[in-house]
Design a protein around this ligand. Structure first.
Ligand SMILES: Nc1ncnc2c1ncn2[C@@H]1O[C@H](COP(=O)(O)OP(=O)(O)OP(=O)(O)O)[C@@H](O)[C@H]1O
Length: 254
């Protein structure tokens, strides 16, 4: 349903007399996501996961390569046209809007105005309608509240492909389990192809397939059991060359 063909993304470097050479962040990714499956993308900080997710949504323009969605080449389509085609994206750091309520946001995303439908939508995504519907989606919301609203708004669009960038950022311990259950339920009930960018093992456990990205390349694709060796391997750490070496205490948090 989603095919990435030799996908590259490069940005201008910031060193050198004329702005430096291009820096390649995504380096030739080839992968086909199958309809209705749940994928987790993980990898070290700065390895290119969010960049890849944004390439799929069209937030980043591909430098070269192509993206096919349901057989259609969407490489040059705008974000809006990709959204119309059925792709939804949930940001790691969602935008906040002064003066706009969650009700209005849902209305913009889905066209639904009727109270009963809005309430049943929120029940479906496990959010208390009484508490949330008239909240203003501004800077006063807590980190967890805005993430719940972002997730609900993504699901409410009934996308064919839902991309969640670190959905558990700021989410309390009691909500992460139900959040995983919710995304699995959406996958099962609506056939939503789901891509979650995450460092959290609960999402890796929930996934049908895991991709590990490092240095802008896919270094592993497969099931969690087979990924464990690589996930436990310090050599995948991007900062290994800065530390004191394998036999010393690297003094990092891992
Ligand atoms: N538009 C851009 N211009 C310059 N550098 C960029 C741009 N987009 C991403 N980068 C850089 O590319 C690298 C990968 O970023 P990305 O956000 O994809 O990492 P990530 O794997 O999602 O990391 P994390 O786990 O920390 O969220 C980072 O070094 C980032 O600074």
């Amino acid at each position: 349903m989603l095919e990435l063909r030799n996908l590259h993304f490069a940005v201008d470097g910031d060193d050198g007399p004329e702005g430096g050479e291009k820096r390649e962040i995504i380096r030739g990714i080839n992968f086909t996501f199958e309809k209705g499956k749940f994928y987790a993308i993980t990898g070290p900080n700065g390895s290119g996961k969010t960049t890849l997710a944004k390439l799929i949504m069209g937030i980043n323009p591909a430098s070269s390569g192509s993206i096919l969605f349901d057989g259609q080449d969407i490489t040059n389509l705008s974000i809006t046209d990709r959204a119309k085609a059925g792709i939804a994206y949930s940001f790691q750091h969602p935008a906040r809007f002064k003066g706009i309520t969650f009700r209005e946001l849902l209305n913009l995303a889905t066209g639904i105005e009727e109270e009963e439908q809005l309430v049943s939508l929120l029940m479906r995504v496990g959010i208390c309608p009484l508490d949330f519907l008239d909240k203003i989606v501004d800077a006063k919301l807590s980190g967890g509240e805005i993430k719940k609203i972002e997730l609900a708004t993504t699901i409410a669009r009934n996308p064919k492909l839902a991309i969640y960038d670190e959905p558990d950022t700021g989410i309390d311990l009691w909500t992460i389990g139900p959040m995983v259950d919710l995304l699995k339920r959406e996958q099962k009930n609506y056939g939503t192809t789901t891509i979650v960018v995450s460092h959290n093992k609960v999402f890796l456990e929930a996934a049908d397939e895991i991709l590990i990205i490092n240095g802008g390349r896919i270094v592993f694709k497969g099931v969690l059991g087979e990924a464990m060796n690589l996930l436990n391997d310090m050599s995948i750490c991007n900062f290994k060359s800065c530390c004191e070496g394998d036999d010393q205490n690297a003094r990092c948090f891992r």
